[in-house]
Design a protein around this ligand. Structure first.
Ligand SMILES: NC(=O)c1ccc[n+]([C@@H]2O[C@H](COP(=O)([O-])OP(=O)(O)OC[C@H]3O[C@@H](n4cnc5c(N)ncnc54)[C@H](O)[C@@H]3O)[C@@H](O)[C@H]2O)c1
Length: 259
Protein backbone atom coordinates (compact mmCIF):
# COMPACT_ATOMS: atom_id res chain seq x y z
CA UNK A 1 0.00 0.00 0.00
CA UNK A 2 1.33 3.47 -0.93
CA UNK A 3 1.18 6.61 1.19
CA UNK A 4 -0.93 8.36 -1.46
CA UNK A 5 -2.97 5.52 -2.94
CA UNK A 6 -5.61 6.93 -5.30
CA UNK A 7 -4.92 10.58 -4.34
CA UNK A 8 -5.50 12.99 -7.21
CA UNK A 9 -2.67 15.52 -7.30
CA UNK A 10 -1.48 18.55 -9.28
CA UNK A 11 2.19 19.56 -9.10
CA UNK A 12 3.20 22.91 -10.64
CA UNK A 13 6.70 23.42 -12.04
CA UNK A 14 6.64 19.66 -12.55
CA UNK A 15 8.97 19.53 -15.53
CA UNK A 16 12.28 19.77 -13.67
CA UNK A 17 14.12 19.46 -10.37
CA UNK A 18 12.01 19.29 -7.21
CA UNK A 19 8.70 19.26 -9.13
CA UNK A 20 9.72 16.30 -11.28
CA UNK A 21 11.08 14.38 -8.27
CA UNK A 22 7.82 15.06 -6.42
CA UNK A 23 5.73 13.69 -9.30
CA UNK A 24 7.87 10.53 -9.50
CA UNK A 25 7.78 9.96 -5.72
CA UNK A 26 4.01 10.58 -5.57
CA UNK A 27 3.38 8.13 -8.39
CA UNK A 28 5.42 5.47 -6.56
CA UNK A 29 3.17 6.10 -3.54
CA UNK A 30 0.06 5.41 -5.63
CA UNK A 31 -1.07 8.95 -6.56
CA UNK A 32 -2.63 9.97 -9.87
CA UNK A 33 -0.45 12.92 -10.86
CA UNK A 34 -0.99 15.90 -13.16
CA UNK A 35 2.41 17.35 -14.10
CA UNK A 36 1.83 21.05 -14.80
CA UNK A 37 4.55 23.25 -16.26
CA UNK A 38 5.03 26.27 -18.52
CA UNK A 39 7.33 24.01 -20.57
CA UNK A 40 5.05 21.65 -22.47
CA UNK A 41 7.75 19.19 -23.57
CA UNK A 42 9.07 18.84 -20.01
CA UNK A 43 5.56 18.30 -18.61
CA UNK A 44 4.93 15.57 -21.20
CA UNK A 45 8.16 13.74 -20.34
CA UNK A 46 7.23 13.68 -16.63
CA UNK A 47 3.64 12.62 -17.39
CA UNK A 48 5.06 9.72 -19.47
CA UNK A 49 7.43 8.78 -16.64
CA UNK A 50 4.62 8.69 -14.06
CA UNK A 51 1.77 7.39 -16.25
CA UNK A 52 -0.04 10.63 -15.35
CA UNK A 53 -1.43 13.69 -17.11
CA UNK A 54 0.52 16.58 -18.67
CA UNK A 55 -0.82 20.12 -18.28
CA UNK A 56 0.58 23.35 -19.66
CA UNK A 57 0.11 26.74 -18.00
CA UNK A 58 1.99 29.75 -16.71
CA UNK A 59 1.11 29.97 -12.99
CA UNK A 60 0.97 33.78 -13.27
CA UNK A 61 -1.92 33.50 -15.73
CA UNK A 62 -4.85 33.00 -13.34
CA UNK A 63 -7.43 32.36 -16.06
CA UNK A 64 -5.27 29.90 -18.02
CA UNK A 65 -4.26 28.11 -14.82
CA UNK A 66 -7.87 27.81 -13.68
CA UNK A 67 -8.90 26.24 -17.00
CA UNK A 68 -6.04 23.76 -16.94
CA UNK A 69 -6.42 22.80 -13.25
CA UNK A 70 -10.19 22.42 -13.56
CA UNK A 71 -9.71 20.20 -16.64
CA UNK A 72 -7.09 18.14 -14.79
CA UNK A 73 -9.39 17.67 -11.78
CA UNK A 74 -12.14 16.63 -14.21
CA UNK A 75 -9.90 14.02 -15.85
CA UNK A 76 -8.70 12.69 -12.47
CA UNK A 77 -12.23 12.69 -10.95
CA UNK A 78 -11.36 15.32 -8.29
CA UNK A 79 -8.46 17.01 -6.52
CA UNK A 80 -6.97 15.82 -3.21
CA UNK A 81 -3.57 17.54 -3.18
CA UNK A 82 -1.67 20.41 -4.77
CA UNK A 83 2.03 21.16 -4.67
CA UNK A 84 2.65 24.82 -5.56
CA UNK A 85 6.26 24.33 -6.62
CA UNK A 86 6.75 26.51 -9.75
CA UNK A 87 9.37 29.14 -9.05
CA UNK A 88 12.06 31.23 -10.62
CA UNK A 89 15.15 33.01 -9.30
CA UNK A 90 17.29 35.98 -10.27
CA UNK A 91 19.79 38.14 -8.45
CA UNK A 92 20.69 41.84 -8.39
CA UNK A 93 21.53 44.44 -5.80
CA UNK A 94 18.26 45.79 -4.45
CA UNK A 95 18.50 49.22 -6.10
CA UNK A 96 19.31 47.68 -9.48
CA UNK A 97 16.16 45.55 -9.91
CA UNK A 98 14.17 46.64 -12.96
CA UNK A 99 10.39 46.69 -12.52
CA UNK A 100 10.16 43.84 -15.02
CA UNK A 101 12.61 41.61 -13.17
CA UNK A 102 11.14 42.34 -9.73
CA UNK A 103 7.59 41.77 -10.95
CA UNK A 104 8.38 38.48 -12.69
CA UNK A 105 10.13 36.99 -9.63
CA UNK A 106 7.32 38.08 -7.29
CA UNK A 107 4.56 37.12 -9.76
CA UNK A 108 5.83 33.58 -10.37
CA UNK A 109 6.83 32.70 -6.80
CA UNK A 110 4.15 34.50 -4.79
CA UNK A 111 1.41 35.27 -7.33
CA UNK A 112 1.65 31.74 -8.78
CA UNK A 113 1.20 30.25 -5.29
CA UNK A 114 -1.80 32.51 -4.64
CA UNK A 115 -3.33 31.49 -7.97
CA UNK A 116 -2.78 27.79 -7.29
CA UNK A 117 -4.32 28.10 -3.82
CA UNK A 118 -7.44 30.00 -4.84
CA UNK A 119 -8.13 27.66 -7.76
CA UNK A 120 -7.47 24.47 -5.77
CA UNK A 121 -9.54 25.31 -2.68
CA UNK A 122 -13.03 24.97 -4.25
CA UNK A 123 -11.95 21.90 -6.24
CA UNK A 124 -10.63 20.27 -3.06
CA UNK A 125 -13.68 21.15 -0.98
CA UNK A 126 -15.84 19.52 -3.69
CA UNK A 127 -13.62 16.44 -3.36
CA UNK A 128 -14.08 16.28 0.42
CA UNK A 129 -10.90 18.13 1.50
CA UNK A 130 -7.20 17.75 0.91
CA UNK A 131 -3.66 18.94 1.43
CA UNK A 132 -1.67 21.79 -0.14
CA UNK A 133 2.11 22.07 0.04
CA UNK A 134 3.81 25.29 -1.05
CA UNK A 135 7.50 25.38 -1.89
CA UNK A 136 9.08 28.40 -0.20
CA UNK A 137 12.82 28.72 0.50
CA UNK A 138 15.41 29.25 3.19
CA UNK A 139 15.83 32.64 1.45
CA UNK A 140 12.33 33.52 2.69
CA UNK A 141 13.41 32.86 6.30
CA UNK A 142 16.57 34.97 6.39
CA UNK A 143 18.15 37.39 3.89
CA UNK A 144 20.81 36.67 1.29
CA UNK A 145 22.53 39.56 -0.49
CA UNK A 146 21.22 39.95 -4.05
CA UNK A 147 18.01 37.99 -3.52
CA UNK A 148 15.69 40.78 -2.35
CA UNK A 149 12.87 39.96 -4.77
CA UNK A 150 13.10 36.20 -4.33
CA UNK A 151 13.42 36.46 -0.52
CA UNK A 152 10.44 38.82 -0.27
CA UNK A 153 8.36 36.56 -2.51
CA UNK A 154 9.25 33.39 -0.59
CA UNK A 155 8.63 35.10 2.78
CA UNK A 156 5.23 35.94 1.27
CA UNK A 157 4.71 32.26 0.43
CA UNK A 158 5.37 31.33 4.07
CA UNK A 159 2.88 33.99 5.27
CA UNK A 160 0.31 32.90 2.67
CA UNK A 161 0.68 29.33 3.90
CA UNK A 162 -0.20 30.42 7.46
CA UNK A 163 -3.21 32.44 6.29
CA UNK A 164 -4.55 29.58 4.16
CA UNK A 165 -4.04 27.02 6.95
CA UNK A 166 -6.05 29.27 9.27
CA UNK A 167 -8.86 29.83 6.78
CA UNK A 168 -9.32 26.34 5.33
CA UNK A 169 -8.95 23.97 8.27
CA UNK A 170 -10.33 21.50 9.12
CA UNK A 171 -11.06 20.47 5.52
CA UNK A 172 -7.75 21.43 3.94
CA UNK A 173 -4.29 21.25 5.51
CA UNK A 174 -1.81 23.81 4.15
CA UNK A 175 1.95 23.62 4.79
CA UNK A 176 5.17 24.66 3.16
CA UNK A 177 8.73 23.43 2.80
CA UNK A 178 11.75 25.72 2.73
CA UNK A 179 14.58 24.05 0.82
CA UNK A 180 18.18 25.11 1.34
CA UNK A 181 20.67 24.54 -1.49
CA UNK A 182 19.31 21.66 -3.56
CA UNK A 183 21.10 20.20 -6.57
CA UNK A 184 18.70 20.97 -9.45
CA UNK A 185 18.91 22.77 -12.82
CA UNK A 186 18.09 26.02 -10.92
CA UNK A 187 21.29 25.84 -8.86
CA UNK A 188 23.45 24.05 -11.47
CA UNK A 189 25.20 27.27 -12.60
CA UNK A 190 26.23 27.95 -8.98
CA UNK A 191 27.20 24.40 -8.00
CA UNK A 192 29.15 23.87 -11.24
CA UNK A 193 31.97 25.90 -9.64
CA UNK A 194 33.83 23.58 -7.20
CA UNK A 195 34.65 26.58 -4.96
CA UNK A 196 30.93 27.30 -4.54
CA UNK A 197 30.22 23.65 -3.80
CA UNK A 198 32.88 23.72 -1.07
CA UNK A 199 31.22 26.78 0.52
CA UNK A 200 27.92 24.88 0.58
CA UNK A 201 29.54 21.76 2.03
CA UNK A 202 31.34 23.70 4.77
CA UNK A 203 28.28 25.80 5.66
CA UNK A 204 25.89 22.87 5.97
CA UNK A 205 25.91 20.62 9.06
CA UNK A 206 25.02 17.63 6.84
CA UNK A 207 28.01 18.51 4.65
CA UNK A 208 26.49 18.62 1.16
CA UNK A 209 23.72 20.14 -0.99
CA UNK A 210 20.39 18.33 -0.86
CA UNK A 211 18.80 16.33 -3.64
CA UNK A 212 15.43 16.97 -5.25
CA UNK A 213 14.23 13.60 -3.95
CA UNK A 214 14.99 14.63 -0.36
CA UNK A 215 12.63 17.61 -0.74
CA UNK A 216 10.05 15.46 -2.55
CA UNK A 217 10.05 13.02 0.39
CA UNK A 218 8.95 15.79 2.78
CA UNK A 219 6.30 17.03 0.33
CA UNK A 220 4.90 13.48 0.06
CA UNK A 221 4.88 13.19 3.87
CA UNK A 222 2.93 16.47 4.16
CA UNK A 223 0.40 15.35 1.54
CA UNK A 224 -0.09 11.97 3.21
CA UNK A 225 -2.13 10.93 6.25
CA UNK A 226 1.12 10.60 8.20
CA UNK A 227 0.85 14.41 8.52
CA UNK A 228 -2.86 14.37 9.47
CA UNK A 229 -2.29 16.78 12.41
CA UNK A 230 0.18 19.08 10.64
CA UNK A 231 -1.12 22.37 9.22
CA UNK A 232 0.42 25.84 8.92
CA UNK A 233 3.94 24.41 9.28
CA UNK A 234 7.04 25.57 7.42
CA UNK A 235 9.59 22.77 7.34
CA UNK A 236 13.17 23.67 6.37
CA UNK A 237 14.76 20.96 4.20
CA UNK A 238 18.27 22.35 4.35
CA UNK A 239 20.68 19.88 5.94
CA UNK A 240 20.74 22.17 9.00
CA UNK A 241 22.05 25.16 7.02
CA UNK A 242 19.96 27.65 9.02
CA UNK A 243 21.85 26.81 12.20
CA UNK A 244 25.43 28.12 11.97
CA UNK A 245 24.66 31.65 10.86
CA UNK A 246 24.75 33.83 13.98
CA UNK A 247 27.90 35.85 14.69
CA UNK A 248 27.85 34.68 18.32
CA UNK A 249 28.41 31.08 17.08
CA UNK A 250 31.91 31.77 15.78
CA UNK A 251 32.84 33.65 18.97
CA UNK A 252 31.62 30.75 21.13
CA UNK A 253 33.36 28.21 18.86
CA UNK A 254 36.64 30.15 19.33
CA UNK A 255 36.10 30.26 23.09
CA UNK A 256 35.43 26.49 23.14
CA UNK A 257 38.67 25.85 21.25
CA UNK A 258 40.55 27.94 23.86
CA UNK A 259 39.13 25.99 26.84
N1 LIG B 1 17.00 24.28 -6.00
C1 LIG B 1 17.10 24.95 -4.86
O1 LIG B 1 18.20 25.03 -4.26
C2 LIG B 1 15.89 25.59 -4.24
C3 LIG B 1 16.06 26.17 -2.98
C4 LIG B 1 14.97 26.77 -2.37
C5 LIG B 1 13.74 26.81 -3.02
N2 LIG B 1 13.62 26.26 -4.26
C6 LIG B 1 12.29 26.35 -4.90
O2 LIG B 1 11.91 25.06 -5.32
C7 LIG B 1 11.06 25.17 -6.45
C8 LIG B 1 11.58 24.27 -7.56
O3 LIG B 1 12.90 24.66 -7.86
P1 LIG B 1 13.90 23.75 -8.72
O4 LIG B 1 15.22 23.93 -8.14
O5 LIG B 1 13.33 22.40 -8.91
O6 LIG B 1 13.86 24.58 -10.09
P2 LIG B 1 13.92 24.13 -11.62
O7 LIG B 1 14.33 25.35 -12.36
O8 LIG B 1 14.70 22.86 -11.79
O9 LIG B 1 12.39 23.79 -11.96
C9 LIG B 1 11.41 24.78 -11.95
C10 LIG B 1 10.27 24.35 -12.88
O10 LIG B 1 9.25 25.36 -12.79
C11 LIG B 1 8.80 25.66 -14.11
N3 LIG B 1 8.27 27.02 -14.13
C12 LIG B 1 9.00 28.18 -14.00
N4 LIG B 1 8.17 29.23 -14.11
C13 LIG B 1 6.91 28.74 -14.29
C14 LIG B 1 5.65 29.34 -14.47
N5 LIG B 1 5.50 30.67 -14.51
N6 LIG B 1 4.57 28.54 -14.62
C15 LIG B 1 4.69 27.19 -14.62
N7 LIG B 1 5.88 26.57 -14.47
C16 LIG B 1 6.98 27.33 -14.30
C17 LIG B 1 10.04 25.51 -14.98
O11 LIG B 1 9.70 25.33 -16.36
C18 LIG B 1 10.72 24.29 -14.36
O12 LIG B 1 10.24 23.08 -14.95
C19 LIG B 1 11.01 26.66 -6.81
O13 LIG B 1 9.88 27.24 -6.23
C20 LIG B 1 12.28 27.20 -6.15
O14 LIG B 1 12.17 28.56 -5.86
C21 LIG B 1 14.66 25.66 -4.89
Amino acid sequence: MGLLDGRRVVVTGAGSGIGRATCLRMAVEGAIVTALDIDEAAARVVADETGGIAAVADVTDAIGLETVMTDAAGLMGGLDALCNNAGTGGMAELHRYSDRRWNRIVDVNLGGTFNGLRIAVPLMLESGGGSIVNVASLSGMRPTRGEAAYSAAKAGVIALTSSAALEYGPGIRVNCVSPGVIDTPLTAPILADPANRTVVEEGTPLGRPGTAVEVANVIVFLCSDLASYVSGANIPVDGGALLPSAQVDSVLARFLDQM
